[in-house]
Design a protein around this ligand. Structure first.
Ligand code: CA
Length: 230
C-alpha cells in the first residue's frame, strides 16, 4: 500500500446512497487516495467548483440537482476535471447523454471497487497534465484563474468568455457548433445566437485583435473553431 499512497489522488465522490458512498470512501482511502464526499447535487457542484480534485466520481441520480446537470454546469464554468459517472442499469440512455454533458467515463452499478479505482486512474491519466490549463499552440486558458494567455500576453476573461474559449480549446481542431456553445455558456436558461456572436466578438477583440493572425475562425452557419498558427 505504501506505493499507492505516493500516487494517491484527490477524489470527490458525489453520491446520495450512503452505503455505496461509504464503500467507495473506505476502499479508496485504504488505497491511499484522499476522498471527499457530498450527498446531493447542489453541495456537490459547489464543492467541485471550488476545485482541488483530480477526479470526480458522480452519481447520475442525485437529490436537488442530477448528475448530468451538475456535470454540464461544471464544464460550462470551464472546469476540465475528469468525471467518472455512476449509473444504474436501467438508465443506460442517460449514461450516453452523460458523455454529451462532459463525463469522461461511466460505470454501471453494481461494480467492483478495484474496477472503479482502475477507471479513476485511467480518466486521470487521460487528462494529464494535472493542471486544468487548456492549450493550443501559443494560446492557453486556465479555468481556475479565468486567465487566457496568448503569446505571453495575459488576458482576464469573463465567465462566459472563459467557458466559450475553454470549449473551443477542448474541441480544437474540430469545429464547435453554435448549439454546443449556447448550451455550454447558457445551459437551459436560453442565450441566443445573437448573444453568442456578441460574446465571440468580445473574445476576438481580446484574443485575436492585438495579434497579426486570428485564431478564432467562423464556420459559416455551423459554428467556430480555433486554428493553431504555425
Ligand atoms: Ca443516486
Amino acid at each position: 500500500m505504501a506505493n499507492d499512497s505516493r500516487n494517491g489522488l484527490r477524489v470527490l465522490v458525489i453520491e446520495d446512497q450512503h452505503d455505496i458512498a461509504a464503500n467507495i470512501w473506505d476502499f479508496l482511502e485504504r488505497r491511499g487516495h484522499a476522498v471527499d464526499h457530498c450527498g446531493d447535487g447542489v453541495s456537490g457542484l459547489a464543492r467541485a467548483m471550488g476545485g482541488g480534485f483530480d477526479v470526480i466520481v458522480l452519481d447520475l441520480g442525485l437529490p436537488r440537482l442530477d448528475g448530468l446537470d451538475l456535470c454540464r454546469q461544471l464544464r460550462a464554468a470551464g472546469h476540465g476535471v475528469p468525471v467518472l459517472m455512476l449509473t444504474a442499469r436501467d438508465t443506460l440512455d442517460d449514461k450516453l447523454r452523460g458523455f454529451g454533458e462532459g463525463a469522461d467515463d461511466y460505470m454501471v452499478k453494481p461494480f467492483a471497487m478495484r474496477e472503479l479505482e482502475a477507471r479513476i486512474r485511467a480518466v486521470h491519466r487521460r487528462v494529464q497534465p494535472a493542471s486544468d490549463t487548456l492549450e493550443l499552440g501559443r494560446l492557453s486558458y486556465d479555468p481556475a484563474t479565468m486567465l487566457a494567455t496568448r503569446e505571453g500576453r495575459k488576458v482576464p476573461l469573463t465567465r462566459l468568455q472563459g467557458s466559450i474559449l475553454a470549449t473551443l480549446l477542448r474541441d480544437a481542431p474540430k469545429v464547435t457548433s453554435h448549439q454546443r456553445l449556447l448550451q455550454v455558456a447558457w445551459g437551459d436558461d436560453g442565450g441566443d445566437i445573437a448573444a453568442l456572436h456578441t460574446q465571440v466578438y468580445e473574445l476576438r477583440v481580446l484574443i485575436d485583435r492585438p495579434f497579426a493572425q486570428a485564431m478564432i475562425r467562423s464556420v459559416r452557419g455551423i459554428g467556430y473553431r480555433l486554428v493553431e498558427l504555425p
